[in-house]
Ligand binder design. Structure first.
Ligand code: PLP
Length: 417
């Protein structure tokens, strides 16, 4: 059972709250860096290994910049995500453009930045050429559908996923690009999400290496890059175990030697495009207890809402919650901790055993560093919180201010009322 710790003391957090007010998300720079280095270290054997951070997880340029300093690139799927990367100085082949149902202006921008274009569909070949030209490097996203090797359940249910090309289409797509004179090829897949079993990632590598050997034999093309996608899970619950990167690194290494090197296909660059595991555990949503309410259940209303973190409301996802300073008190109360939306799913925890909470107590919701602030929305007139960065030296920098009512009204013109 992993202890869910905080990177600050009660006194340190109180000072931050006094300065910025709640709610806010705060990210732990030191822990993000240490984790990035750990991931890179297990792939040190792999020539040119690259993690492309899935920008959608935490689209904040200051987070992207600190990741860039760890040699992490960007996985983008929209025009604003491409522009964010450009602002941070991530460009060229440090960007992988893994989009779907893509508009022409997005392809144009991705090409302008020199990003690696990863097409989601065979029909996008003509669309891309028409609107943006033929890229120097081309990658396609593979969807294995029902072709699950070995009959295991590793890849969930790819037949139901809207992404990628079928096995038949993928041969055809590379053939078309080869015949257009493209000489540099990548390949991509993303078949799992929030997965804690490292074997699934090794199985994905096996599937992709086998596919590349087949495509090489069929078409005579050589791949320089394979991107296994994201999807590494994180231990949201105290009883969960974090994925051991070392197991993935060693498992993939063995397969690389057996399938890639042995077939004369080395060197091949390996890539991941994880989001969650890169920042998720290192972000915290800090909120203040505002109202207590006892009807058929006990409710504790806080000043954050589902607009700041929608995972619990949307998926019933577990997020650990710490009542700061009461970690060691008996957890002998049962609460639903709620936001203020007029939606009954606006709850951070349901029927959770917690210590007695008093109005004004600071509550910390764990593991909000990915798909947290990013998924925020304005329904019910809710404004999104600020984002803070807890720096390695203990200082705090505001890396995004909270939204204001002016922001909320910015798209309205009241003058014609
Ligand atoms: C969402 C997404 C990712 C990141 O997924 P995580 O679960 O955050 O690692 C990577 N690639 C693609 C194409 C995605 O859609």
């Amino acid at each position: 059972m992993a202890e869910k710790k905080l990177p600050f003391t009660k006194e340190q957090l109180q000072k931050i709250v006094d300065q910025y007010g709640t709610p806010f998300h705060i990210y732990d720079e030191k822990a993000i860096k240490e984790n990035a280095r750990k991931l890179a270290a297990v792939f040190a054997w792999a020539p040119g290994f690259k993690e492309y951070f899935a920008v959608k997880a935490t689209p904040n340029p200051y987070i992207m910049k600190l990741l860039k300093e760890e040699d992490i690139g960007a996985d983008c799927s929209s025009l604003p995500e491409l522009i964010l990367s450009e602002k941070v100085g991530i460009k060229g082949e440090d960007i992988m453009f893994t989009s779907n149902n893509t508009a022409a202006d997005e392809f144009v921008k991705a090409m302008e930045l020199g990003a690696i274009i990863n097409l989601d569909d065979i029909t996008h070949i003509d669309y891309l050429e028409k609107h943006a030209g033929v890229p120097e490097v081309i990658s396609f996203r593979y969807n294995p559908g029902p072709l699950r090797k070995g009959g295991n359940a590793i890849i969930g249910n790819p037949e139901e996923a809207k992404y990628g090309l079928t096995r038949e289409q993928i041969s055809e797509a590379y053939k078309i690009m080869r015949d257009k004179g493209v000489e540099r090829f990548g390949i991509h897949t993303m078949v799992i999400s929030n997965e804690l079993d490292p074997d699934y990632f090794i199985e994905t590598a096996k599937m992709m290496f086998d596919l590349m050997v087949e495509l090489h034999k069929e078409l005579g093309i050589r791949f320089e890059l394979v991107n296994f996608g994201g999807g590494i899970g994180i231990p949201y619950r105290p009883e969960d175990t974090a994925v051991d990167y070392e197991i993935i690194g060693q498992g993939v290494k063995k397969l690389y030697e057996e399938k890639i090197a042995a077939n004369g296909l080395a060197p091949l660059k390996l890539a991941l495009e994880c989001g969650r595991v890169i920042t998720g555990p290192y972000g915290y949503l800090v909120t203040t207890a505002m109202h207590t309410k006892n009807i058929y259940k006990n409710y504790m209303g806080v000043d954050a809402s589902m607009a700041d973190l929608m995972r619990p409301g949307m998926y019933g996802a577990y997020h650990h919650l710490t009542v700061v300073g009461k970690e060691n008190e008996p957890h002998d109360q049962v609460y639903d901790v709620t936001g203020s939306l007029c939606e009954n799913c606006d709850k951070f925890v349901v029927d959770r055993n917690l210590p007695k909470i008093n109005i004004g107590d600071i509550l910390v919701i764990h593991d909000t560093g990915a798909h947290g602030h990013a998924m925020g929305f304005n329904y019910n007139g809710k404004l999104r919180s600020a984002e803070l960065l807890l720096k390695e030296d203990g200082s705090v920098e505001m890396i995004r201010r909270a939204e204001t009512i002016e922001d909320y009204f910015a798209t309205l013109d009241f003058s014609r009322l």
